[in-house]
Write a protein that binds this ligand. Sequence first.
Ligand SMILES: Cc1cc2nc3c(=O)[nH]c(=O)nc-3n(C[C@H](O)[C@H](O)[C@H](O)COP(=O)(O)OP(=O)(O)OC[C@H]3O[C@@H](n4cnc5c(N)ncnc54)[C@H](O)[C@@H]3O)c2cc1C
Length: 388
Amino acid sequence: MARPKESAAKSVVILGGGIGGIAAANRLRRRLGSQHRITIINRYPEFSFAASYLWVMSGQRKPSQITRPLAGLQRRGIELVIGSIDEIDPINRKVTVQGTEITGDHLIVSLGADYSTASIPGLDQAGMTFATLKGAEALGSSIAGFDRGKLVILTAAPLYRCPAAPYEAALLIDAMLRRKGVRGQVDIELHAAEPAPLALAGSNVSDAVKEILRQHSIDYYPSHQVASAETGRISFTDGETEKFDLLGYMPPIKPPSALSTSALAGSTGWIDVDPNSLLTQFPGVYAIGDNTNIPLKIAKPLPRAGVFAHSQALVVADNIASTIKGNSPTATFDGHGGCFLESDFHRASYASGNFYADPSPKVKTKPPSRRSHLAKVVFEYNVMRRWL
Ligand SMILES: Cc1cc2nc3c(=O)[nH]c(=O)nc-3n(C[C@H](O)[C@H](O)[C@H](O)COP(=O)(O)OP(=O)(O)OC[C@H]3O[C@@H](n4cnc5c(N)ncnc54)[C@H](O)[C@@H]3O)c2cc1C
C-alpha cells in the first residue's frame, strides 16, 4: 500500500500560551516537519505555572522559579505573537490580534478562563486571591505576619479553576501557621459555594478530603454562597454573616473575553466541543482546556484543570499532525485525569480516574504521601524545564 503523502506546508495557530497551548505547540513541533508553521498567540510575554501558585503562597517557591518567558518557544521553531486576541472568526480560521489578522489551516483555542471577581461586590477589596501569582505572593506575606484571629478561605462560586486548589490552600496555610507555632491562636474556616470538596469525583473523594480537613482542624462550611464582602465581614446568600481577620479566596470564572463576539461561543458562553476529538462545530478548529464546556454524564462540566488541558492538547496535536501527514486522526481524549492535593509541605493526596464514566465519574483517591508530593514536583519540573 502506498504511504500517504505529506501535504504542502500548513499552518497551525494556537490561541493562548498557557498549559494547553504550550503543550500543543511542543507536541506539534515534534510531530511536524519544519516546513509547517506553528504559531502561538498570547496576551503576555511570560508564562507562569498556576499549579505552583500555592507553593509561592506557602514560601516553597519564588515567583521567578515558576515563571518563564514564552520566547523560549522560538528556539524550538515555534513562532510567537504577543498581543491581545480581539476577534476570532472560526469559519475562516482567522483571528485579529490588535488589528493584525492571522489565519491558520488549523486553529487550537486554549484561552483559559477569565476571573469575574467583580460579580461579588466588595470581594477584591476585602480579601486576597491565591488564584493569581501576585495574589498568592501577597496572601503569603500577609499570612507570614498573621499570628492570631480568624482566617477564612472562600470559594466565591461553585465553578472555578482547579477544584482541589482552595482545599489545598487551606491545608498549606494550616502547615504555614503550624511551622510558625501560632496555629493554636488562629481559627481556619473554609466556606465553599459548592456542596462538597471535589464533588464531581464522587462521595468517596469528598469524604476523604473532608476527613483531611477535620484532621487539620479546618472548619468546613459547604453550600455557603457568598453574596458580598467588606473589610472584616462576609455576607452569604442565606442571610448569615461571618467576621474574619484575613480572607483568601478563589474567584468565580467566566468565558474569556475574546469569545464574547465569536461564533465559537456556545449557549453557555464557553466552547462546545466533541468530548473525544475536541473538535468544534467548525472544521479545522479545536478547543481545549478551561475555555471548553464538556458536559459529563452527571450533567456537570468537566472540571477546569491543567491536567485535562494537557491531555487534550496532546490528542489535538496528534490528530492535526496526522491530518497534515495524510493519515486518519485516531487520537482520543478519554476523560481520564488526576489531581494532586497538597496536604502539608511534604505530602499530597492524589485523586484520579475516568471523568467520562457512565453514569458518574469513577475516581479513586490515594491518601497523603510523600510519593504523590514528589510526583507533583516532577510534573512542575517537566513543565518549567522541558516545555519552555
Ligand atoms: C491556584 C491554582 C492552582 C491550580 N492547581 C492545579 C493543579 O494542581 N493541577 C491542575 O491540573 N490544574 C491546576 N490549576 C488549573 C490550571 O492552571 C488550569 O486548568 C490550566 O491552566 C488551564 O490551561 P488552559 O491552557 O486552558 O488555560 P491557561 O493556562 O489559563 O492559558 C490561557 C492563556 O490564554 C491567554 N489569553 C486569554 N485571553 C487572551 C486574549 N484575548 N488574547 C491573548 N491571549 C489570551 C492567557 O493570558 C493565558 O496565557 C490551578 C489553577 C489555579 C488558579
